[in-house]
Design a protein around this ligand. Structure first.
Ligand code: MG
Length: 181
């Protein structure tokens, strides 16, 4: 089951601190876009997310956007934030994450994946040998039926009490840490 679980769980990206990421050995951050940094297909991010990105840069982390969305969506978004990107990343296949690690010149275990979906971001990170942070989606999906379906399974997985009891460890104020994830 460990392929399906993140290293760390947080509700919002603003709750992910440089110390937390250093604690799991990360030196670079591979960021999902939709429902991680902003809502689906929105061109802007909130002031809080801009401040978080700046704080990560100041703390010395390399940042890259890794999205399954098309270049037409990802490129202008990345340009606005001044970030490098991988579009059409094919998550959960490891190809996009591995390409990102190579582009940053870092071993994969030094690149932490941050995203909102178990079946793309977290599974992809685990298949790539990268630590990961699962966030709650910023906004529940209504129209994308496949994502709504996946959310129901994700909810069941995260609420599954027996699995949590076996794996749960304290990790910060809000987080849950799944060892071996
Ligand atoms: Mg997403």
């Amino acid at each position: 089951m460990s392929l399906w679980y993140p290293t760390i769980y947080r509700r919002r990206i603003e709750e992910v601190t440089p110390d937390t990421l250093r604690g799991i050995g990360a030196r670079a951050v591979l960021l999902d876009i939709d429902n991680t940094l902003t809502v689906h297909d929105a061109p802007e991010v909130s002031d809080e997310v801009v401040a978080w990105l700046d704080n990560m840069r100041v703390a010395g982390f390399s940042l890259m956007l890794v999205s399954n969305n098309c270049a037409e969506r990802v490129a202008p978004f990345a340009a606005r934030l001044g970030l490098p990107y991988q579009a059409h990343a094919k998550k959960p296949l490891p190809v996009g994450f591995r390409r990102a690690a190579r582009a940053m010149g870092l071993p994969r275990r030094r690149c932490v994946v941050i995203g909102d979906q178990i079946f793309t971001d977290i599974l992809g990170a685990n298949l790539s040998g990268m630590p990961s942070v699962l966030l709650e989606p910023i906004e529940p999906e209504k129209d994308q039926r496949f994502i709504v379906f996946k959310r129901r399974i994700e909810r069941w997985m995260l609420d599954c009490p027996r699995e949590l009891k076996r794996k749960e460890m304290d990790y910060g104020e809000y987080g849950i840490f799944w060892p071996g994830g």
